[in-house]
Design a protein around this ligand. Sequence first.
Ligand code: GDP
Ligand code: MG
Length: 374
Amino acid sequence: SDVITVGELAKRMGIKANDLIKELMRQGSMVTINHPLDYETAALLATEFNHEVENVAFDEDIILEDVGIESDASEDSSNLQTRPPVVTIMGHVDHGKTSLLDAIRTTDVTAGEAGGITQHIGAYDVELDGRKITFLDTPGHEAFTAMRARGAEATDIVVLVVAADDGVMPQTKEAINHSKAAGVPIIVAVNKIDKPGADPNRVKQELTEFEMVPEDWGGDTIFVEVSAKEHTNLESLLEMILLQAEVLELQANPIKRAKGIIVEARLDKGRGPVATVLVQEGTLRIGDPIVSGVNFGRVRTMTDDRGCQLEEAGPSCPVEVTGLSGTPDAGEPFHAVENEKAAKDVAGHRQRKLREAELASSSKISLDQLYARL
Ligand code: GDP
Ligand code: MG
């Protein structure tokens, strides 16, 4: 749950931890500096110290960000469970990213069994022998960089698509740079091997320049030769992803309030704001109060990419959610919070901060304009 330690709260308010501990003692709780406080207590304490410390009542850092970090650090590791990997497909234009995403999707037998009509919600998951993989299917670079720009690390594994008849191209290099900068492991899918001019070895050769050497050449980069068009080797690709995921030992705690990121959001005529979210920790449930940026609300409906209605969504699960007050940007974090008031307060606080920043910059502009006129 959302907590902050006594020490961190004191630091945030610019007071001595001892003063906060004394106040808590006065209220009847004996605590140490590392004692976690829940949101309500922290907010109350902040309000009490408000006459001494300005503008702390709803410092979102207190309520959310640090809270997340603190609670992760003090996390009971016995609640950690293996979670599915989240994969982004990147590569040069026309090398087959969209084709590969579509092809992988249709290899999933469970999708066929469910009989639902697939909908593009910006992410989907497939199953291989009971193990899940989540794919983000918003255009590779954009989503990846938008998320990284916000410090959101959503991707565990990058699948780099390189067309066997075209080789390494500018956006291939870009994708490699982005992935390496983010410290995300890369699996190379050499695509279009069905084409007459296909030369997978050339691709391997070219990639050695980027320290990506195939295993059979003595390196440690996984290469899979595929054809999105003819659905060749797609299962091997999925197996390699799962193998890499095992090495990464991806884990999350499903037993707490959900947090994650917005994959995409749009305004739907009938349903209002619709956001695809990726749950990264905890479990999101219908009715949960959530906040994302300046938007807040309660989860009204949750739908997967097959159009199935869900009651809950755990770690690595992508779901389309309705109930938010507006459409957050891709890459924006979201948090499930204690109650709707907390969600509203945090969103309101952010709104005020934004307005202040806007006012500050607009008054600066008008001053500049004034000077320009003088
Ligand atoms: P993206 O720009 O990376 O998303 O590439 P697309 O998926 O749109 O594919 C670009 C073109 O390559 C399309 O005409 C696809 O039909 C074609 N294509 C994609 N994968 C394959 C493949 O495995 N073999 C062949 N022959 N063509 C492919
Ligand atoms: Mg495409």
